[in-house]
Design a protein. Structure first.
Lengths: 201, 201
């Protein structure tokens, strides 16, 4: 397999972390996303939406969208439960991540890490993104107050999907002090066999 | 089953359409989302994220997130393929919808339909949302140029997830004239057995 990736991306890290924990060898291809390397005709043939990560499978097909990659890789492994109601719960948290969490928490981190020049829109948008990100963190904090992991009290891809950008939220200016249950869950995730940090390619 | 819902919501409509097509009877409960009816303690116990739709299952548990509801209901039916690679492709399009499509296309429609008072942020944000929405429509148009439906040339929940807000995109000010393949797909979706319009509760 090949992973079309960018090292600082939390979405890319989701795939890297699960591939490492599954012990699947793969080739990682790095893209300079600041210089539109994912908007070339060659890349758009892999993902017409012009974004990493994309998993290139052994049959030569391309699978975009980080959480779809997680689901594909985890199928039939302990990282994804077999029971229908629990599987729906995994998806519930992964869609929450992509709709309510990532746009805000990853968004603010991206602006800082990629030194995006500030615009009047960004200045007005920043506090709205921060408030929405805090709301998502509060939902996570409430859920983890009585649970070890997001679904079935067992580590799995819902945890990976939410961990990726939450544990680096301070890089986007979020203070995680008010979320002790989230921080305790960080430690449980980082203690899993095969764990790698986001900085590891 | 009970569906906690709001009639004009495309996310709610996804569940309503599939429930109708599966012939599953359910009770629909309407919420006045303009007056924070989904932010009461009673509702937050159903979905701590404070949003419809939420599917209340016969065991009394609550499943939020429209696309997780679609997946749960479609499992084992012709609306969701059984093959692993195709299932990943269904999720690819459903995550695309929640991350790149819905925030922009549904977002602009929401501001208009719910007469949200304009703020300086909204004035600057509107053109950015419109451009991002157009980009998502262009991705759909390219995909449908050579396909009848989103995955496996068979109608299913990826189509339902994307149809819900795309077919009412003009209510958010989007002109669909440049997307003939998308419009032809609308007709194929609306011709499916058991189809109901978004206005039908």
């Amino acid at each position: 397999m090949r992973l079309h990736d960018h090292l600082t991306s939390g979405n890319g890290y989701k795939a890297r972390l699960l591939l490492a924990q599954l012990g699947i060898p793969y080739e990682r291809i790095e893209y300079d996303i600041d210089n539109r390397a994912t908007r070339t005709p060659e890349f758009l043939a892999k993902n017409p939406n012009g974004r990493i990560p994309v998993l290139e499978l052994d049959d030569g097909s391309f699978l975009p969208e980080s959480n779809a990659i997680l689901w594909y890789l985890a199928e039939g492994t302990p990282f994804l439960p077999a029971e229908r109601r629990q599987r729906a719960e995994v998806l519930r948290w992964m869609f929450f991540e992509q709709n309510h969490h990532e746009p805000n928490i990853a968004g603010l981190r991206f602006w800082i890490m990629h030194a995006v020049p500030t615009t009047p829109l960004m200045d007005l948008w920043r506090p709205a993104k921060r408030a929405a990100g805090e709301a998502a963190l509060a939902v996570m904090e409430g859920h983890l107050a009585t649970r070890l992991f997001f679904v079935g009290d067992r580590y799995g891809i819902a945890d990976i999907a939410l961990y990726a950008y939450t544990h680096v939220a301070p890089e986007g200016g979020f203070d995680l002090a008010p979320y002790p249950h989230v921080r305790a869950w960080f430690a449980r995730v980082a203690a899993q066999p095969g764990y790698i940090p986001i900085t590891q390619g």
